[in-house]
Write a new protein. Structure first.
Length: 286
């Protein structure tokens, strides 16, 4: 195949995964909420809403405006009405222009984009946040999405066991220690703490802790890791956090919980109980 034919084939493949521009414009009228809710329900991936606000504390901000709804994986893959892209590119191309384009109240100079995650099936709660979309509009969006096999084929299936995405998201960062500890206690599997030794150069140096601690999960006899996002090769878990080289420690998670008990950490028992409830309901089959 010549270069021009290869280019044409690539363009045709891209078009097959795209949505008509007039359909995109209709979806954008409600900040893409109908599309995002329908896609999140269909795929099980995470419903995101980006809000324009005065600060990241939406509850105390003097203005809160929804600017975009979309769906994402446990890593950096974003599924939007405009297509499938990486988070950094999506932010630069779609979100940042919307942040600067949206008019806000006079006298308020600071504006930030705050992302929140939601249960795609709890439409009543979504409406209380300012997302105004009907079940009929969601059903119409789902029909359009379902007819686009090329688009859906690019979206990976979630790993098992599958927690509701908005619940799994809570354990992506700091709260992962509660889930890993309870899963370890329930399944009799060792809880591992991942410490980064080298980061992806394209991402830059990033860590949630000065000692390089990144994430906690349990390790199965075959070497795979399991956290709230299911069971994966450890390499895939590391890639989620842009870690190139790492070490695993099998004492840190237990010590962290023990230290919290000694310090009488507020809500520790509740945090562990919430994790256990999800494990009992969704994660006892892997």
């Amino acid at each position: 195949m010549g270069e021009s034919k290869r280019r044409r084939a690539a363009i045709d493949a891209l078009k097959a995964r795209s949505f008509p521009s007039d359909q995109i414009q209709r979806w954008e009228r409600d900040r893409c909420a109908a599309f995002a809710i329908a896609l999140a329900r269909r795929t099980g991936w995470l419903l995101h809403v980006d809000w324009l606000a005065e600060s990241h504390a939406l509850e105390t901000s003097r203005f809160v405006i929804p600017i975009r709804a979309y769906v994402g994986t446990d890593a950096d893959d974003i599924f939007d009405v405009t297509g499938i892209t990486a988070l950094a590119a999506f932010t630069a191309k779609i979100v940042e222009p919307l942040v600067h384009r949206e008019p806000i109240c006079l006298g308020i100079r600071r504006r930030v984009c705050a992302t929140r995650h939601y249960d795609a099936f709890d439409l009543a709660k979504l409406r209380t946040t300012g997302i105004q979309v009907s079940e009929h509009e969601i059903e119409e969006a789902d029909a359009v999405i379902g007819a686009n096999a090329g688009f859906l084929a690019q979206i990976p299936a979630r790993a098992l066991p599958t927690l509701p995405a908005h619940q799994a998201a809570r354990y992506t960062w700091g709260a992962c220690v509660f889930y890993a500890y309870q899963l370890s206690q329930t399944r009799g599997l060792p809880a591992a703490a991942m410490f980064a030794e080298a980061w992806d150069p394209a991402w830059g140096v990033s860590t949630t802790n000065t000692d390089g601690y990144v994430h906690s999960f349990v390790v199965h006899p075959d070497g795979t890791g399991e956290d709230a996002w299911g069971r994966h090769p450890v390499e895939k878990i590391a890639a989620r956090y842009h870690v190139r080289k790492w070490r695993l420690d099998f004492e840190t998670t237990g010590r962290s919980i023990a230290k919290m008990r000694e310090e009488r950490r507020e809500n520790l028992d509740d945090d562990l109980a919430k994790a256990q409830m999800l494990i009992d309901r969704f994660a006892m089959t892997a």
